[in-house]
Design a protein around this ligand. Structure first.
Ligand SMILES: [Ca+2]
Ligand SMILES: [Ca+2]
Length: 389
């Protein structure tokens, strides 16, 4: 329980700040060196990585829902299967707003036999095939203008490949509704290289290669790989939304502030959507809702306040239901959704500092009066040991 809170705190911290980092679970591929390489690449691109269990040994009670996205790479151990209950649980995670990125040999396996990936195949964005080849280098060409997938990328780049029982699947197409973000060409035939789509409330991206250690050395490939997680992990909210008011307790700063609005399933509080929005000086805000309108609980997390979950509320096209005023508890200087000694440490190191001083920390100036004082200590003390929702 405590571990889960900490993981989730990391997700909150990264998202409230507006950064595009995500908390990613890298499922153990069975190859230690590749695991380390993937983790290092994603971390160098600003993501927060937690290693998961070996994918074929994961149990169905493994809690994917604490992560933004999961990476699954059946390459060195391509023929080893996940058990059906775990595969179903991973698909549930995607359907409820999670992100999933996969490499080969998943597409080839789906093309090869109905007994491979019988449950996740429904979420797979490419038209599966057993056709593959062994190019020692590939040139990827951008095929979409998606701002996340093309962020920091050239329109074309060439990289060397890893051969793990083969290199690249020659997909005939992406499935209807999916986007081929990048393509590659052999002779006169162009194949989708990286494809993705919305699946349920979540998103899936499939790479047509094994994503092995050689391609992980190429700077452009690394960025593309990291962008894939940014794209899948957004739990993007583009649907009809809500309005409300945030009461930032014990605060006199008066300036506008960003808040993280999360949408949760009503039965278990799983996050199915999130967006950051600005609150006005009087605390009022509007926020877009989950892509599929429905009945959700709503979480409000402002930077140094604990999260409060309210509702449920039902989102409806052309309507903006009002969730009322949400009063949030002050004192979470490090933004991990619990008030602990670590918040005291931040406050102590900024003590007596005012705006403009070296060492001033706006997140420790809990009352927003411009100086970190005994009054900020009192606010923190009152909230000590409290968890957000
Ligand atoms: Ca804290
Ligand atoms: Ca203060």
């Amino acid at each position: 329980m405590r571990i889960g809170k900490l993981f989730f705190g990391a997700a909150l911290a990264l998202t409230v700040g507006g950064a595009q980092a995500s908390v990613i679970c890298v499922m153990d591929s069975g190859n230690t060196a590749l695991n380390s390489t993937v983790k290092a690449v994603l971390e160098s691109e600003g993501h927060d990585v937690i290693m998961g269990p070996t994918y074929w040994a994961v149990t169905s009670n493994f809690d994917y829902f604490q992560f933004d996205a999961v990476y699954l790479t059946p390459n060195y151990n391509w023929s080893t299967l996940m058990n059906a209950a775990s595969e179903q649980h991973l698909r549930d995670f995607v359907e409820q707003g999670g992100g999933l990125v996969v490499s080969e040999w998943m597409g080839w396996m789906i093309g090869q036999s109905a007994s491979y990936w019988p449950i996740l195949r429904a979420a797979y964005p490419m038209t599966a095939t057993t056709s593959y080849s062994n190019e020692t280098s590939l040139t990827y060409n951008a095929n979409s203008t998606d701002p996340v997938m093309t962020s920091g990328m050239p329109s074309s780049f060439t990289f060397n490949t890893t051969n793990i029982a083969g290199v690249v699947t020659r997909f005939p197409s992406v499935r209807s509704g999916a986007t081929a973000f990048y393509t590659w060409t052999s002779g006169t035939t162009t194949f989708p290289a990286v494809g993705g789509w919305n699946y349920g409330l979540g998103r899936v991206i499939a790479f047509g290669i094994v994503n092995g250690p050689t391609e992980m050395q190429n700077a452009d490939f690394k960025r593309l790989f990291a962008n894939a997680f940014r794209w899948t992990a957004g739990k993007t909210t583009t649907g009809p939304g809500i309005k409300g008011k945030v009461d930032l307790r014990d605060y006199f700063g008066g300036e506008q502030s960003d808040v993280l609005v999360t949408y949760h399933r009503t039965d278990n509080n799983y996050v199915v959507g999130r967006t950051t929005t600005t609150i006005a000086a009087d605390g009022s805000f509007t926020a877009l809702g989950p892509n599929i309108p429905g009945t959700y609980k709503v979480g409000i997390k402002a930077r140094h306040w604990l999260r409060k979950i309210v509702g449920p509320v039902t989102t409806v096209v052309n309507t903006t239901p009002d969730i009322g005023t949400v009063s949030v508890i002050n004192g979470d200087c490090d933004n991990d959704n619990v008030v602990t000694i670590f918040d005291y440490v931040l406050l102590s190191s900024a003590f007596d500092k005012s705006i403009g001083d070296a060492g001033y920390n706006a997140d420790a100036d809990l009352d927003g009066d411009g100086t970190v004082t005994i009054f900020d200590y009192l606010i923190l003390s009152n909230a000590f040991d409290q968890f957000g929702d």
